[in-house]
Design a protein around this ligand. Structure first.
Ligand code: CYC
Length: 162
């Protein structure tokens, strides 16, 4: 896993150079957003269950959830879906704190699309649910935190859609 600091240091180290002006400017803007990232993470922690619940309410109809034979008709599938949305929210929050998406590649997206394909989990419905989670996050936490989180929700969606 990388973060905004190690990303800049690794890039400079690869060229055997001290951090240049651009690298230091990147670090300055990351450190300046530190408190904001922590407070966004605190709000997400306090609202995580509501964010997941809200995303489910916005993206699945009652018919889809209860229809016999439907995608989420068994308790097991429904629970797996809620759990997956909670994973996406938790890892997107880690990435937002790190200011770097690499943790999503390593711990969430690696092999996920293939797993979903082999289990018949619909990727398009999953992407819609993540997009719904993004809009619930904006509604609950405001534009600024919502937009920072949007980067990582969109990253997960792009990784599933590749
Ligand atoms: C299943 N989701 C799974 C599985 C994995 C993940 C590995 C297969 C094993 C299992 O059931 O636990 C995802 N596991 C993860 C992720 C991580 C991990 C991301 C990283 C931390 O360790 N079905 C839908 C909805 C969607 C959904 C659109 C919710 C948004 O229709 C999810 N995921 C879903 C379902 C299953 C699943 C229903 C069960 C599929 C099955 O076994 O039939």
């Amino acid at each position: 896993m990388q973060d905004a600091v190690t990303a800049v240091i690794n890039a400079s180290d690869a060229q055997c150079q001290y951090l240049d002006g651009a690298a230091l400017a990147t670090l300055t803007s990351y450190f300046q957003t530190g408190e904001f990232r922590i407070s966004a993470a605190k709000s997400i922690n306090a609202n995580a269950a509501d964010i997941v619940k809200g995303a489910v309410a916005r993206s699945f109809s009652a018919a889809e959830v209860t229809r016999p034979g439907g995608q989420l008709s068994t308790t097991r599938r429904y629970a797996a879906c809620i759990r997956d949305l909670d994973y996406f929210l938790r890892y997107a929050t880690y990435a937002m704190l790190a200011g770097d998406a690499s943790i999503l590649d390593e711990r969430v997206l690696n092999g996920l699309k293939e797993t979903y394909q082999s289990l018949g989990v619909p990727v398009d419905a999953t992407v819609s649910a993540i997009q719904a989670m993004k809009s619930v996050t904006v509604d609950l936490l405001g534009d600024e935190a919502g937009q920072e989180m949007a980067i990582y929700f969109d990253y997960i969606c792009a990784g599933l859609s590749d």
